[in-house]
Each structure stands twice: as C-alpha cells, then as structure tokens.
Design a binder for this molecule. Structure first.
Ligand SMILES: Nc1nc2c([nH]c(=O)n2[C@@H]2O[C@H](COP(=O)(O)OP(=O)(O)OP(=O)(O)O)[C@@H](O)[C@H]2O)c(=O)[nH]1
Length: 141
C-alpha cells in the first residue's frame, strides 16, 4: 500500500451576515449560475487580502444587496470541507442601516422568523450556523 501525505488545501475565509430586522432574518437564494445553485445562504463572500472579517462583510453586503449594515455580534466559526478546499464561514449578527435592498447576485431573498429558517434548502454549512443562531437567541432570553 502506498500512503501519500497531502497537506496542501485551499482555505477560503467567508464572512457572512445573519441580518435581523423586526424579528425576522434575511435568507438569500443563490442564483442558478452559482455553485450550489438555488440553495439558500447567509449573504457574504470571500475575504480579500488585507481585509478584516468585518471589512469583507460590509463590502460583500454592499456588492450583493446594496445596503449598509451594522455588525453587533458574532457566531462561532463553521468549517466546511469541500474536498479540494476548506471554507471557513465566519457569521456575524447584523442589522440594516439602510433599507432599500437591491439584489445583484441572488435569485431572491426571504425574510423569515428564526423558527422558519430550517424550512429552506440551506447549504450544509449554514445548517450549523442556524443551530448556533438558535443557541445564541436562547442565551439572550
Ligand atoms: N456567502 C456565503 N457563502 C457560503 C455560505 N455557506 C457556504 O457553504 N458558502 C460557500 O462559501 C463560498 C463563498 O463564496 P462566494 O459567496 O464568493 O460565492 P461564489 O459562488 O462566488 O464562490 P465559488 O464559485 O468559489 O463557490 C461559496 O462556495 C459558498 O457556497 C453562506 O452562508 N454564505
């Protein structure tokens, strides 16, 4: 048997936003042309060189939704092994500073109460974010 140690793997850091507004949370549906087509996610995207997590998130949300957010808390990091790469999802709890959302990438968005979040077809990593969000909400009561 030949054993080979493969240590190199692409690691991608992806800050994403759990945006709360009036008791609901924003879910974004990925477009049919993206990877994981038509699955649901928390908006966000890949970190660029020299950015902090917060800077990435504010930039990505401007690019994807054309709104300004305020970041006020964070959830535990979730790591998703996609085989050839590892996605490090860094979720933040946010609110909207501006309200007029314009979609540039997503198929559609939905505002859902926290208990309705699991009804959508989320990417696998996001299911863990939703579980952590429930823990976060329970700790606030
Ligand atoms: N923004 C975001 N990305 C997520 C979430 N969950 C999850 O697995 N991802 C993955 O993290 C990567 C984020 O990259 P991106 O937002 O720039 O999306 P992309 O389609 O351009 O990237 P890709 O084509 O390399 O997959 C994607 O592969 C996406 O599938 C999430 O909740 N939000």
């Amino acid at each position: 048997m030949t054993e080979v140690l493969v240590s190199e793997k692409l690691v991608v850091r992806v800050p994403c936003a759990v945006i709360e507004c009036e008791g609901k949370v924003l879910a974004g549906q990925r477009s049919a042309e993206m990877s994981f087509p038509l699955q649901w996610e928390f908006p966000g995207g890949k970190q660029e060189n020299g950015e902090t997590d917060e800077e990435t998130l504010i930039r990505e949300i401007r690019e994807e939704l054309d709104v300004e957010i305020e970041i006020f808390d964070r959830l535990p990091v979730t790591i998703k092994d996609q085989g050839w790469r590892e996605i490090i999802l860094v979720p933040f709890i946010c609110s909207l500073k501006t309200r007029q959302i314009q979609l540039t990438e997503h198929e559609q968005i939905q505002w859902l109460t926290p208990e309705d979040l699991p009804s959508l077809d989320w990417t696998e990593a996001d299911l863990e974010i939703i579980r952590n969000y429930f823990t976060y909400l329970a700790a606030k009561i």
